[in-house]
Design a protein around this ligand. Structure first.
Ligand SMILES: O=C(O)CCC(=O)C(=O)O
Length: 241
């Protein structure tokens, strides 16, 4: 993950989007089979599957409480980020869990994954029962309130298996999540492609299916009026190359 701008991003205009649900009988990702109602979003190499009811509200509350007890967030220099040569405190808390020996590269640091906690592992099992992929790594971001955020970036590290989606589970405070096409970031725009915004709700899962991360940047902008804590877990598959 290479975060170039941790600052607040612009608010985006609302637009009508090409949203297809499985009621339309058009599977967004052929490999997703379940009784859950998936919302499928496909546009210009953006390929998302979103399910707001992945966890019941009772399970969501339980997982949230357990994670608050179990997760050990990075501290000291590992909780800082370098933007244009200057060091800043990360505007959120971060932790990495996974199979022994796996590491995660972030802002010039290589962070070893801690071994799975029972709750992070249980959520991984729930995902793997639902979709036909295996995950070996989980990055956790904890947003203390609406002032915490994550800047625009792509998860396009070469270590990530490019056939496995990134599965993003949200717990706690709902927050907006914004996608912006890479061709729309420079001042000399060659094309006009509208950003896409999705509300990530408590207990939901969002699959960022390939090739989304090759073409689209994503961010979780500041929302100062939202006071609650949000925990996000992104399950990934790392392969040695
Ligand atoms: O908090 C989120 O929903 C997403 C976090 C994120 O962008 C990432 O882990 O790459």
């Amino acid at each position: 993950m290479n975060i170039q701008n941790e600052s607040n991003i612009k608010r985006f205009r609302k637009r009508k989007w090409n949203e297809i649900t499985d009621k339309d009988n058009i599977p967004i990702c052929d490999k997703v089979h379940s009784e859950l109602n998936w919302k499928i979003i496909k546009y210009e190499n953006l390929n998302l599957s979103y399910c707001s009811t992945f966890l019941s509200s009772c399970d969501s509350q339980r997982f949230f409480t357990e994670l608050e007890k179990e997760v050990k967030y990075l501290s000291g220099d590992l909780a800082k980020v370098r933007v244009y040569g200057k060091w800043h405190n990360l505007p959120r808390q971060q932790a990495a869990y996974g199979d022994i020996g796996l590491t995660y590269k972030f802002s010039g640091f290589t962070i070893p994954a801690l071994s799975w906690t029972s709750t992070v592992l249980e959520l991984k099992t729930r995902l793997e029962e639902l979709i036909p992929y295996k995950f070996n790594f989980c990055l956790i971001n904890r947003y203390r309130n609406g002032t915490d955020s994550i800047g625009e970036h792509r998860d396009d590290e070469k270590e990530l298996d490019n056939e496995t989606p990134i599965a993003s589970i949200s717990l706690g405070q709902h927050r907006d999540f914004v996608f912006r096409h890479k061709d729309c970031r420079s001042k000399n725009l060659t094309r006009k492609i509208e950003p896409y915004k999705i509300l990530l709700e408590n207990g939901s899962v969002l699959l960022m299916n390939p090739p989304t991360n090759t073409y689209w940047y994503h961010s979780l902008p500041v929302r100062k009026k939202l006071p609650g804590i949000r925990i996000n877990l992104t399950y990934r598959r790392i392969v040695s190359k």
